[in-house]
Design a protein around this ligand. Structure first.
Ligand SMILES: Nc1ncnc2c1ncn2[C@@H]1O[C@H](COP(=O)(O)OP(=O)(O)OP(=O)(O)O)[C@@H](O)[C@H]1O
Length: 722
């Protein structure tokens, strides 16, 4: 209901709205909302550079209180120090006054000391007298006051003199006093005195003589060390400080392993803002930490896997899905441990399929046999060729996945990438699949000849090409490569393969070149060189992650100490992985006891990676190579004996000469030319056992192999020349 003015009546006044007259302009934009003054004040308080940091947040407030307590506790000692310094300064001043040093020096300089000697002596005498008179007067006055007012006069006089001396002897820029030749330890003095930090930056040539730093965040206790954030002078770059970390560590008198320097990026940072953290002691000298995976029942392969801790003790997780990992180091530095950590997270996800190839042929990977879809341990040619088949199988699998993704709707598969739901859907058959290879240099260096599209190449070369293709194409389809190598040189790991391996972890290597091969070009010039890590720091390496870690999304690389996972923990994790797979019904392949080998479509795989059908140089193919005489006739005659180890290991020369119808002397010379020298052995005859001359079957077999290998290599060289 409205009154004649158009206002609502009988309604709460707060809800009353004035009626809108016809043709009246109505502004739809709501009136600006006024921020309450209280919030304004809080915002101002938080953002104002005038309000000290300790009044803004708890961490800094706690640190300020700690600093205050320390300052109060140290104050008596500092006061005493200042008094002693003041006394020294006062005595020095008095000595120079009483000996008229300035006058004497001026006379000396103008070579008129002899003329002025009498004046100087008189003045000295006079000043001694003045000194004596003052001392006497002061003594008399104090004695009289003492008689009148009691002993407190002594105390008051003492305190006044001490305060005066302390003021005189206080530390300040340009304060008088000698500088110690051997100054005390520099370590941590910078936390109390920012000037020491500025000097360290100057000494390390990170800032100029006339430049200074600006404190962003005062020194605060973080973990087991001190953290501080500073701004460099304009035009100086934080990246240079990261690069010259070692010089700064020297200037701060700490081992460089104790000093962590990061550029602060993003909103709160800029190109000249540096966050430093200095550990109290070597952060890697402590006992290693066991992997947190032991405490979990299962893991999700899509979550980054707990990998290790950085110097500050922050846990660093390694993202694995959609990337590939290369781990490199010289022997016994913790490569296998690091690789097993990455694999452990995947093992604890029952929807993950694992291919484990252990070319180290040790027991480190044995436990993975119970969960792996494919597993092998060995370093012979047969293992390398079987590995080649795995790669062909994986390439075909990846191709199949991409083909099937084309038919999926956008809801299930929004991009040409496997999603968590897709990877867990058994009907799609696209589980996260990890190919874990230890000592990958062994298959990559293998020289077993294979033929691909009519072209002969070594198994190692073909494996390199297949791995490169997989590293490029497979991660998005959910197939991950985790490769570890003991020989990170450019010949072993082709640069085309390295270029597509997203995450790198370099434990200690011999020199910066090897470090760059693992971490990437120029990484040593950016301050990341794993050859500088200490041999005693097992499991410590430089991680260059592909994706975000706890250290931040923009961190290029960081030093990480991997978690410790001895064999017993590893076995425990593999057993859990098996139990999980059994429960989910995802146990397949080798682990499930299925021995069926994959049906390989070599032709289409070779076509996909730009090659033809690979044909392993098996016995049949090698047999096709024509042997020279008389080796060919010997091989024909001994055909069965050579192929099968049927118990005969010696053939008499007389038997061969008879059977082949050759001249004995010439036959002996020809066989020697192939490296087959006659020996003596006992053979059964009609007259019993008799010692005769002849050839060991093993020697003949070796000679045939040598000739065939030489023929294959020659063919390769001709191919290469073409
Ligand atoms: N994070 C770690 N903390 C403490 N010790 C570790 C760590 N990682 C590895 N180690 C120790 O380092 C040694 C070598 O480890 P590992 O076998 O993993 O090295 P590797 O580089 O694979 O050796 P190889 O080249 O012989 O295969 C082992 O004795 C292991 O206990």
């Amino acid at each position: 209901m409205t009154n004649p003015d158009g206002e609502l009546v009988g309604v709460d006044a707060s809800l009353r709205v004035r009626a809108v007259l016809e043709g009246e302009f109505v502004n739809d934009v709501p009136p600006p909302v006024r921020t309450p003054w209280r919030r304004q004040a809080v915002n101002w308080w938080r953002c104002s550079p005038r309000v000290p940091l300790w009044a803004k947040d708890r961490v800094h407030a706690v640190q300020a209180v700690k600093d205050l307590v320390v300052a109060v506790l140290r104050s008596p000692f500092r006061f005493m120090g200042a008094v002693v310094r003041g006394l020294v300064v006062a005595v020095r001043w008095w000595r120079s006054w009483v000996t008229v040093r300035d006058y004497r020096e001026a006379a000396e300089q103008s070579e008129k000391l002899a003329d002025k000697f009498t004046d100087i002596r008189e003045l000295t005498l006079f000043r001694w007298k003045v000194t004596g008179a003052i001392v006497l007067t002061v003594a008399v006055v104090v004695a009289v006051l003492d008689l009148v007012y009691g002993h407190r006069v002594f105390w008051i006089a003492g305190v006044v003199v001490a305060v005066a001396l302390a003021i005189l002897g206080r530390r300040k820029d340009g304060s008088p006093g000698r500088k110690a030749v051997l100054a005390g330890p520099r370590t941590l003095t910078w936390t109390m005195d920012p000037q020491v930090l500025v000097d360290a930056f100057r000494d390390a040539k990170l800032i100029g003589k006339d430049e200074t730093l600006r404190l962003v965040d005062r020194a605060t206790r973080r973990g087991e060390g001190w953290a501080i954030t500073v701004d460099l002078p304009a035009t100086r770059k934080a990246a240079d400080v990261v690069k010259h970390r070692e010089a700064l560590a020297s200037a701060l008198a700490v081992d460089e392993i104790q000093l962590s320097v990061e550029r602060v990026r993003g909103n709160g940072g800029h190109a000249g803002r540096v966050a430093m953290w200095v550990a109290d002691e070597d952060p890697y000298a402590k006992p290693p930490i066991r992997t947190p995976l032991l405490g979990v029942h299962r893991w999700d392969a899509w979550r980054p896997v707990p990998f290790g801790t950085d110097a500050r003790g922050r846990r660093i997780d390694l993202p694995l899905v959609w990337t590939s990992v290369l781990i490199g180091a010289i022997p016994r530095q913790g490569k296998t441990m690091a690789e097993r950590l990455a694999a452990a997270g995947l093992i604890l996800d029952p929807h993950t399929r694992l291919y484990v190839a252990d070319f180290k042929n040790g027991k480190d990977w044995k436990a993975a046999e119970q969960v792996a879809h494919r597993f092998m341990s060995g370093d012979d040619s047969e293992h390398v060729l079987a590995f080649l088949d795995w790669l062909v199988e994986l390439v075909a699998d990846v191709q199949g996945r991409y083909r099937r993704m084309q038919d999926l709707d956008d809801l299930t598969c929004p991009e040409s990438k496997v999603t968590p739901d897709m990877s867990r859907d058994p009907s799609l058959d696209m589980p996260i699949t990890a190919l874990v290879v230890d000592e990958v240099q062994i298959p990559l260096e293998d020289r077993t000849p294979v033929e691909v599209q009519g072209k002969k190449l070594t198994a190692g070369e073909y494996i390199g090409e297949l791995l490169t293709w997989l590293a490029k194409k497979a991660p998005a389809a959910g197939v991950i490569l985790v490769l570890a190598t003991q020989r990170p040189d450019s010949k072993t790991i082709p640069s085309s393969l390295r270029a597509v391996l997203g995450s790198r972890f370099a434990l200690r290597v011999m020199d910066w070149r090897d470090s760059n091969i693992i971490l990437g070009e120029q990484m040593n010039t950016r301050g990341y060189d794993s050859s500088r890590l200490l041999p005693s720091h097992k499991g410590v390496g430089i991680l260059r992650p592909d994706g975000e870690t706890q250290a931040g999304v923009d961190v290029l690389a960081l030093i990480v100490r991997t978690f410790y996972m001895p064999n017993e923990d590893w076995r425990e994790i593999c057993q859990r992985g098996r139990a999980l797979r059994e429960a989910e019904g995802t146990l397949t392949g080798h682990a499930a006891g299925q021995t069926a080998q994959p049906v390989l479509d070599h032709a289409s795989v070779a076509k996909a990676i730009g090659k033809g059908t690979p044909v392993p140089a098996d016995t049949e193919r090698v047999d096709e190579i024509a042997l020279p005489e008389p080796l060919a006739s010997v091989a024909d005659y001994l055909a069965d004996g050579l192929a099968n180890d049927d118990g005969r290991d010696f053939v008499p020369t007389a038997e061969l000469v008879d059977a082949l119808g050759v001249e004995p002397k010439g036959f002996g010379l020809d066989m020697s030319a192939f490296g087959c020298r006659p020996t003596r052995d006992r053979v059964p005859t009609e007259d019993g056992m008799k010692q005769v001359r002849g050839y060991a079957i093993a020697d003949i077999r070796a000679a045939i192999e040598r000739v065939r290998d030489a023929a294959v290599i020659e063919a390769e060289m001709i191919d290469d020349d073409q």
